[in-house]
Design a protein around this ligand. Structure first.
Ligand code: FE2
Length: 430
């Protein structure tokens, strides 16, 4: 039997379900973190100046981690590194879904090059690769599956002094999240695993529109939906707190206003891109960076892995069902109605909720996003194949770490129903 991650065990499931509840969490544990965040065109210059002052000449060794697509951005960074005589090595071996062997490969490169700084330029896969490479380089004996989110101290930063994240999408928020999603390739079939620890947080984040403005429209839409799912899922969650509520609410407002603009105008609307960068970052700080995402992420992780669908597109598609499921135990979605232009007066709860879900679906469709599985175009999923894999979909979602933080208790049958309703867009009514 494959070795399980800590959160897949019965004891963790029981313990975590008792940690929910806004009242008790405020007393028990309400962790908040954010590191140095530089926004704007001067960010790279400021960070270069900082590295020049902070590192002596022997320490000026940077490993730049990118993937196939984000290699194009390397020169934007190396021009600055050369200006302070910083030696650098570029590794472009990051793969989507972060299979475990690429983490080992990255750690080996670190062992040979001995960087004091690691830059990660990319989306979620690059960020997650850097985080786990950091662990494997600094603590090769550490088992990734047994790292606890709040109680494991790893003792990183003995070898690498600064990990600097430059996101090339506006959505994953991985640059300010202490979580890394990787694929446990030792299991058959391979399974997505989440590693969570505060020491994985980037020390410095640079948000510069030069790195996101040329995203193709599909990526703008899919990563934007990821940010929206982070913010709404976390806002509706029982795990939220007053300060993450503020971040999430503002993130939702900004996404509703600026995502349609970045989708439509691309590189011609830098103002909208700048707002989307900050909105995605706020959503990430408000969700996976400091509490947790909604169960749209458990549903989307499972679905995305099995059918090879983009993460943001997957979680965005499941968002109306995730919120619909939580509706039985919370009214928090009501606070979001004004953002979608919905008047609350003289409407009963059911009418209001229907209107809210319709507005959410209309928004997703306004940027050509899918609101149910059969609407997904890349790739097209056949109905027979979807329902053939229903048990596996449910199994992966049920055993996903995000499930533990659901405001409403979940079980196999409920997940089965949610996946079934999401096929053709039926509103959750149970
Ligand atoms: Fe996400």
């Amino acid at each position: 039997m494959a070795k399980l991650a800590w959160y897949e065990t019965e004891i963790a499931r029981n313990m975590m379900s008792r940690m929910g509840g806004r009242a008790i969490r405020g007393v028990l544990l309400n962790y908040f973190s954010s590191k140095g965040i530089y926004t704007g065109k001067l960010g790279l210059i400021q960070v270069t100046n900082f590295l020049q002052a902070a590192l002596n000449s022997e320490e000026r060794r940077a490993l730049i981690i990118v993937d196939d697509y984000t290699q194009r951005f390397v020169k934007k960074v190396t021009d600055y590194l050369e200006s302070i005589n910083m030696e650098y090595h570029v590794w472009s071996g990051v793969l989507p879904e972060v299979p475990m062997n690429t983490i080992e490969e990255g750690a080996k490169i670190c062992e040979e090059f001995k960087p004091k700084v690691i830059f990660g330029i990319g989306g979620g896969s690059v960020m997650d690769t850097v985080k786990t490479v950091l662990i494997k380089y600094e603590k090769p004996e550490q088992d990734l599956l047994t790292i606890l989110p709040y109680f494991s101290s790893l003792g990183l930063r003995n070898k690498v002094k600064y990990w600097i994240a430059i996101p090339t999408t506006s959505g994953t928020g991985s640059e300010v999240a202490q979580a890394a999603v990787i694929t446990d390739t030792r299991r058959d079939p391979p399974k997505k695993i989440i590693v969570v620890n505060d020491e994985l947080l980037a020390d410095i984040v640079i948000l510069d529109t030069d790195f996101v403005k040329d995203m193709p429209p599909f990526l703008t839409m899919a990563t934007g939906l990821d940010a929206l799912a982070h913010a709404i899922g976390a806002f509706v969650s029982n795990w939220s707190s007053p300060y993450v509520d503020a971040l999430n609410k503002m993130a939702i407002k900004e996404i509703v206003k600026f995502l349609p603009r970045t989708y439509k105008y691309g590189a011609n609307d830098l103002e909208a891109h700048n707002h989307m960068q900050m909105a995605a970052l706020m959503a990430a700080l408000g969700a996976q960076g400091n509490i947790t995402s909604g169960i749209d992420h458990a549903l989307g992780h499972s679905f995305g892995k099995i059918f090879d669908v983009h993460h943001g597109l997957s979680v965005g598609t499941f968002l109306p069902y995730s919120i619909g499921f939580q509706r039985n135990v919370t009214d928090r979605w009501k606070k979001l109605c004004p953002i979608f232009g919905i008047e609350k007066e003289n409407k009963n709860r059911d009418e209001l909720f229907k209107e809210f879900i319709l507005a959410l679906k209309n928004f997703i469709q306004s940027i050509d996003g899918p609101t149910c599985i059969k609407e997904i175009k890349n790739p097209i999923i056949k109905k027979g194949e979807y329902f053939e894999k229903l048990d596996l979909l449910v199994d992966y979602a049920f055993n996903d770490a995000v499930t533990l933080a659901s405001t409403r208790q979940l079980n196999i049958d409920l997940y089965k129903k949610i996946f079934t309703y999401a096929w053709d867009g039926k509103n959750i009514d149970f």
